[in-house]
Design a protein around this ligand. Structure first.
Ligand code: FAD
Length: 558
C-alpha cells in the first residue's frame, strides 16, 4: 500500500481502525505534523487525523515567515525570541529548498516604533539570541542606503533602516512535508477524518477517538494509549467535547493578508514597516505577487469560515499606501487574500497584539493532552516538549524507554540538500531540463521551492501527458498530489499543494476542467461529485476575492 496515495484511503482507514496506537494526534496543522514526526521517529506507533485538509487551518494562513519575531523582543519575551530565533536556522537546514533565507528591511521613520539606537541594539540582541553569524548579521543603513534598497519608500519621514536576516517559507508545504516525513517513519495519517468524540476506558481515561470520514460519511473508531489534541483554534472545542475545559482558555485573533500583483507593488525585497496606528506590517514579494499583512483583531465568529471584511482590506491598503505613497494601491489591485486565526492563550487585560505567542500544554483529568499557542517557527520544539512528556509517561507506566528527540537531523521530504548552494545547483539542473520543453527558468524556481527533489518524480510524470508543456506540467503536479500527497479535492490541489489560490489566482480558471477530469479519473468521481468539487473551488475563489461589508464591532486594531 502507498500510504500517501488518496486511492488508498480505504486501506489507510482500515489500518487506523484495526491497530492499537501508542499515540493519536488530532489535527494536521504544523503542530500536529511536527508531533507525529517526532513521536514516530522515536519509536511510537503513531496515528494522526485531520478533519479537513492538512494545513487547512492556521497553518496555511500565516505570514509564511520562519522568524524570531522581532516584535516579541520589544515585549521582552527573551526566551521565546531565543528559541524561535535558533529554530529558524535548524528548520532551514532540514529543508533549505522550502525555508529560504531572506533579508528584511526595517525602515526607520520619524515617530516610528523603533528609533535608530533602539533598532541597532534590538537587532544586535536579536542576532545574538538567534546565534546569527557572519554576513547574515544585521547592518544599519543611512537614509540613502535605505532608499537604494527600496526606492518606493516614503521619503519625507525616512531616517534610515535596519537590515537583518529572516527566513521565508510556504507554511502549507512545510506542514505537508512534515506529514509525509512522519509517514515515512511509520505514522498512519489521514485527512478528511474528523474527531467527533472520545473513547474512554473503565477508569474514565481517554483511550481513543470516534472519527468520521467526511468524504464518504463513514464513522470509525481509533484506539490509542495517548491522545494529543493539536487542533489549533479548535483546541477548546475538543476540550469541551472531552468535558475538560477549565482554567486557561484560548483567545482567537484574526489576521488578514492581501495579495496584489508584484508589478503594482514592485518592492525589491521584504519590508517590515510602521503603520501610523503604531502597528508593524509586512510587505513580502513572492514570485509574481506581493503580499501585505497582517491585521490582528479579536475574533468570536465561526472557526470554520473566517470572513474577510472590506475594512480589513482597506486597513492594509492604507498601511501600504502611507509608507509607499508612489504605489497608490486600490481595491481593484487586490488579487487574492487569506484570513487565519492565531490560537493564543488568553491573558486578562491584554490586547490581541500584546498577548504572548508562547505555547502551552494542558493535561486534563481524563488524560487528554492539548497543545496550543506557539508559532509556525517553533513547531519542532513544541513537538519535542509534547513527546518528551509522553516518553516520561511511558517510562513511569511500563518502564519502556524510547529514543531522544532527533528531529533536528531528519531532513524533510523534498530533500536532502546539503545547503542553499546545493538547492541553487539543483534549480539550475531543473531549469536545463525545463528548457527542453520550452518552459521558463522561473518555473524551475517554483517547482524546486515547492517540491524540492520530488521535482524529478513530477518531471518523469510530465512525459505521460501530450498537452502543451505548461498544461502537461500542471497535470503532472496533480498526479503527484493525488498519488504522493493525499490530495483529495480540487481545492487541496489549487490551494495547499500548489499555492495557486493565493499566489497565482488567474491561472486557476483555465485549469479547472482538465484537472477536474484527471482527479475524477484517479479517484473515480461521479459527475455529481465532479460538479460539487468545481462548485466548492469556485466558492473558495469567491472567499479570497469578495469581501464582506464591515460588521459592527469588527475593529481592525485591538
Ligand atoms: P492549525 O494549523 O490551525 O491546525 C489545527 C488543525 O486541527 C486544523 O487543520 C483543523 O482542521 C484540525 N482539527 C480541528 N478540530 C479537529 C477535529 N475535531 N478532528 C480532526 N482535526 C481537527 N508563525 C510564524 O512562525 N511565522 C509567521 O509568519 C506567522 N504568521 C502568522 C500570521 C497570522 C495571520 C496568523 C494567524 C498566525 C501566524 N503565525 C506565524 C502563527 C502560526 O501560523 C500558528 O502558530 C500555527 O500555524 C498554528 O498551527 P497549529 O497546527 O497549532 O494549528
Amino acid at each position: 500500500m502507498n500510504p500517501l496515495s488518496t486511492q488508498e484511503r480505504p486501506a489507510i482507514r482500515r489500518t487506523l481502525q484495526s491497530r492499537k496506537f501508542d499515540l493519536l494526534v488530532v489535527g494536521g496543522g504544523i503542530t500536529g505534523a511536527g508531533i507525529a514526526l517526532d513521536a514516530a521517529s522515536r519509536g511510537f506507533r503513531v496515528a494522526l487525523v485531520e478533519k479537513h485538509d492538512f494545513a487547512s487551518g492556521t497553518s496555511s494562513k500565516s505570514t509564511k515567515l520562519v522568524h524570531g519575531g522581532l516584535r516579541y523582543l520589544k515585549q521582552l519575551e527573551i526566551a521565546l525570541v531565543r528559541e524561535v530565533g535558533r529554530e529558524r536556522a535548524i528548520v532551514h537546514e532540514l529543508a533549505p529548498h522550502l525555508v529560504k533565507s531572506e533579508k528584511m528591511l526595517l525602515p526607520l521613520v520619524k515617530g516610528g516604533t523603533y528609533g535608530s539606537l533602539a533598532t541597532s541594539m534590538g537587532l544586535w540582541v536579536y542576532d545574538i539570541l538567534a546565534g546569527v553569524e557572519g554576513k547574515d548579521k544585521r547592518s544599519m543603513l543611512d537614509r540613502e542606503e535605505t532608499l537604494a534598497h527600496e526606492p518606493l519608500l516614503r521619503q519625507d519621514i525616512l531616517q534610515g533602516g535596519g537590515y537583518y536576516a529572516e527566513y521565508r517559507t510556504d507554511d502549507a508545504r512545510l506542514t505537508i512535508e512534515n506529514i509525509k516525513t512522519a509517514v515515512k517513519h511509520g505514522a498512519c495519517i489521514l485527512n478528511y477524518a474528523c474527531v467527533e468524540d472520545f473513547l474512554y476506558n473503565e477508569e474514565k481515561k481517554v483511550s481513543g477517538v470516534v472519527c468520521r470520514d467526511t468524504l464518504d460519511d463513514t464513522p470509525f473508531n481509533i484506539e490509542a494509549s495517548y491522545v494529543v489534541s493539536a487542533a489549533g483554534p479548535w483546541v477548546d472545542q475538543l476540550r469541551k467535547t472531552n468535558g475538560s475545559i477549565s482554567g486557561k482558555h484560548l483567545f482567537h485573533s484574526k489576521g488578514v493578508h492581501i495579495v496584489v500583483p508584484h508589478e503594482r507593488f514592485p518592492v525589491r525585497q521584504s519590508v517590515y514597516f510602521d503603520n501610523d496606528d503604531g502597528r508593524m506590517i509586512f510587505a513580502i514579494p513572492r514570485q509574481r505577487v506581493t503580499y501585505i499583512g497582517t491585521t490582528d483583531t479579536p475574533y468570536q465568529g465561526d472557526l470554520d469560515h473566517i470572513p474577510i471584511h472590506r475594512e480589513d482590506v482597506e486597513y492594509l491598503l492604507a498601511a501600504a499606501n502611507q509608507m509607499f505613497p508612489k504605489v497608490g494601491l486600490t481595491f481593484d489591485d487586490v488579487e487574492s487574500s487569506w484570513a487565519g486565526l492565531r490560537p493564543l492563550i488568553y491573558e486578562e487585560g491584554k490586547s490581541a497584539s500584546e498577548m504572548s505567542r508562547k505555547d502551552e500544554i494542558f493535561e486534563s483529568d481524563t488524560g487528554l493532552i492539548s497543545i496550543a499557542g506557539g508559532k509556525l517557527t517553533g513547531y519542532r520544539k513544541m513537538a519535542e516538549r509534547v513527546v518528551d512528556l509522553l516518553v516520561r509517561k511511558q517510562r513511569s507506566q511500563n518502564g519502556k524507554d524510547l529514543k531522544d528527540n532527533h528531529t533536528d537531523r531528519i531532513a524533510l521530504s523534498g530533500g536532502p540538500f546539503e545547503n542553499a548552494r546545493a538547492v541553487t545547483a539543483y534549480e539550475e539542473e531543473i531549469a536545463g531540463k525545463l528548457a527542453g520543453y520550452g518552459l521558463p527558468s522561473l518555473t524551475a524556481k517554483y517547482l524546486v521551492h515547492n517540491y524540492g527533489r520530488q521535482t524529478d518524480t513530477i518531471l518523469e510524470m510530465l512525459s505521460e501527458f501530450n498537452d502543451e508543456p505548461a498544461q502537461a506540467l500542471l497535470r503532472a503536479e496533480c498526479r503527484f498530489a493525488v498519488h504522493h500527497e493525499l490530495a483529495a479535492t480540487l481545492t487541496d490541489f489549487f490551494n495547499r499543494r500548489t499555492g495557486r489560490l493565493y499566489f497565482n489566482l488567474p491561472s486557476i480558471q483555465p485549469a479547472i476542467e482538465p484537472i477536474a477530469e484527471d482527479m475524477g479519473k484517479y479517484l473515480d468521481w461521479s459527475s455529481e461529485r465532479k460538479k460539487e468539487e468545481k462548485d466548492s473551488l469556485q466558492q473558495a475563489i469567491r472567499e479570497v476575492t469578495e469581501f464582506e461589508p464591515a460588521q459592527q464591532g469588527t475593529g481592525v486594531t485591538s
